[in-house]
Design a protein around this ligand. Structure first.
Ligand code: FE2
Length: 262
């Protein structure tokens, strides 16, 4: 699996607190089946994003961890005016693996009406926004159609693995499922911050998606789409938001008579 969103670099934000903890997080990810992990420090009012320092920390961490997982560069990019102008000038320091996809986050209580214009400007500049954890945003929880508009305009979305498994409450869990069922999710990532509360683990969520929605979708969300993003290629989803996808609820009858169906 490929994890596109994590706070594994030491002492750059509210993620790993030391190099030792970063190493442990990488080992945990590798043991869980993650082959590539993107280090995405925050760039917001609280944390300054320093691309050169981050690159040095990635090299140091990779040397300490060994070959697996491969650690790549990215940013948890807050959609502030200054950040947007900076990315429009030069997006490579912020985008995933220095290609053309950018993880973007909103304030959790306020999304300005101008956001569609912002997305248009980013897309026109060749930057594809990946909206991070919309299921945890209160404004989107109340207006999920916003996401439909942005996805049909060309944005992608990433939900957090632990939202689906219940860590962020029932509203985030319900909306995650709703978005999945309407094909409004392109990637699932850990958004790991530590070893206990928000660990870099994807396998539990992968198994859940595989069981309830099928292996093809699980493979798209954890491997195929993230791989395309790492390479700077377009993500081509198997289904569009207008094709409703029903979760698979197996009955005793189907388990006995159609054991190989899912
Ligand atoms: Fe994050």
């Amino acid at each position: 699996m490929i994890d596109l969103h994590s706070h594994i670099l030491p002492e750059v934000d509210d993620g790993a607190r030391s190099l030792e903890q970063s190493v442990e997080m990488c080992r945990m990810a590798a043991a869980d089946g993650t082959t590539h992990i993107v280090a995405t420090p925050h760039s917001n009012a609280r944390y300054i994003f320093l691309p050169e320092e981050n690159e040095a920390k990635i090299a140091e961490l990779q040397a300490a961890v060994g070959d697996t997982p491969r650690i790549l560069s990215g940013c948890d990019f807050h959609l502030s005016y200054e950040n947007i102008q900076e990315a429009l000038r030069n997006h490579a320091p912020f985008t995933i693996n220095h290609k053309n996809h950018l993880l973007v986050e909103f304030d959790s209580h306020l999304i300005p009406p101008s956001m569609r214009q912002v997305f248009f400007e980013l897309l026109s500049a060749g930057i594809i926004p990946i909206i991070t954890h919309p299921e945890r945003n209160q404004v989107i929880q109340q207006n999920p159609q916003l996401l439909f508009d942005w996805v049909t305009a060309g944005c992608l979305t990433q939900i957090t693995a632990q939202s689906l498994t219940g860590r962020f409450g029932s509203r985030a869990q319900r909306l995650s499922r709703r978005l999945l069922e309407h094909n409004l999710v392109h990637v699932i990532a850990s958004d790991a911050h530590d070893l206990e509360s928000r660990p870099p683990r994807l396998s539990e969520c992968f198994d859940l998606i595989k069981k309830e929605y099928g292996e093809t979708l699980a493979d798209e969300l954890f491997r195929k789409h993230p791989q395309a993003i790492l390479e700077g290629n377009d993500v081509v989803p198997g289904r569009s938001p207008t094709d409703f996808q029903k979760p698979r609820k197996r009955t005793w009858f189907s388990r006995i008579f159609f054991p190989n169906r899912y």
